[in-house]
Design a protein around this ligand. Structure first.
Ligand code: COA
Ligand code: ZN
Length: 308
């Protein structure tokens, strides 16, 4: 059975919605601890406007500060050419372009329609490939609101397939389908995953779920059953898009790893090490997190019998 690849997005998706700024050196220590747990990739930050997302204003300092480990890809979210240039200067392994499948969320989040985002993508791909540091950088694209838009409601599967096709035609190498505000259900996830894998069997697809309505793990399982092996997840279940009303945390990394490992599906992640890092989150972000296994313990935890 193929090992899963978990992309830890808490340093980006998790922190972007936090009100309090986490100091740069604490972010660096945290990412270094995460990269020792066996995760395949870490989305370390976003090279976006510091006015739009003040929590990630130190993107360059964070990437420069972390210790690179062989086998752990460092990726960063990038909305435009300016962001790509900033990311390349820090020698990231991967850039994660972002656009919305729906017009309204694209406007709210990026001030771009899907067509305008695709124009940016074309310019970004050109910039990356012409850059001395860019030749080997993996170009991924995230498609927000792939399963529904908080402003418009349903997003048609045909629209998602069309946009994925146009991204790939521009030279994008991998695609992440994002359920930005937790609107997806497992039946819908299974259908869309089967559709993309049938059409593009050689493209690495990642699934990105938010647990806004409690369906995050069920959706991840449905995606795996359809053949998906790459998942975004966020430590402690932190996360959410600041420009999508009602957005809440991502599917929780340690809960996702726990579920798959309990099922006998290897993730490559040292769950105990991950739980230990998760236990430090309340100190890091200043509040409790929605993660469940960190509180309950793993399913094989045994309690002493109460004495009468
Ligand atoms: N990095 C740093 N600064 C950037 C930037 C980038 N990638 N892109 C734009 N900026 C700055 C510009 O320099 C400008 O600064 P100024 O006001 O001091 O002159 C300001 O941001 C606005 O730039 P503009 O080109 O007019 O873009 P915009 O206002 O249309 O903003 C985005 C578009 C996408 C750049 C901006 O809204 C953004 O970064 N949003 C964050 C989206 C996000 O992270 N969402 C959550 C994750 S999906
Ligand atoms: Zn997200």
């Amino acid at each position: 059975m193929t090992r899963l690849q978990i992309n830890e997005v808490a340093p980006r998706d998790g922190l972007q919605i936090e009100a309090a700024f986490v100091p740069t050196e604490e972010k660096v220590r945290w990412i270094d601890a995460l990269s020792a747990t066996g995760l395949a990739r870490i989305e370390a930050t976003a090279f976006v406007s510091p006015k739009a997302v003040p929590a990630l204003a130190d993107a360059a300092e964070v990437v420069a500060g972390i210790t690179r480990r062989p086998g752990v890809g460092i990726t960063a979210l990038v909305p435009n050419v300016r962001g790509a240039e900033r990311a390349l200067a820090c020698e990231v392994d991967e850039i994660n372009l972002v656009m919305s499948a729906s017009v309204s969320h694209g406007r709210a989040n990026l001030r771009m329609t899907p067509d305008q985002s695709l124009e940016q993508f074309a310019a970004i791909v050109e910039t990356v490939r012409a850059h001395p540091q860019g030749r080997d950088v993996f170009i991924n694209a995230s498609l927000s609101t792939s399963f529904g838009c908080p402003f418009e409601g349903e997003v048609a599967e045909a629209r998602v397939l069309d946009l994925v096709g146009r991204q790939l035609a521009l030279g994008v190498q991998g695609v992440t389908l994002c359920d930005t505000t937790g609107m997806a259900n497992p039946a819908q996830v299974g259908r869309l995953c089967e559709a993309v894998l049938e059409r593009w069997p050689d493209t690495p697809f990642t699934l990105h779920f938010h647990n806004t309505r409690g369906m995050g793990l069920a959706n991840a399982l449905a995606a795996w059953q359809a053949g998906i092996i790459r998942f975004d997840a966020s430590l402690g279940g932190l996360g959410g898009c600041p420009f999508a009303p009602g957005a809440t945390g991502n599917v929780c990394t340690e809960d996702l790893v726990h579920m798959f490992e309990q099922m006998g599906i290897a993730t490559g992640v040292d769950l105990d090490a991950l739980l230990a890092v998760s236990a430090t989150l309340p100190d890091l972000v200043g509040h409790d997190t929605p993660g469940q296994v960190v509180k309950a313990g793993k399913a094989d935890r045994r309690y002493p019998m109460p004495s009468r």
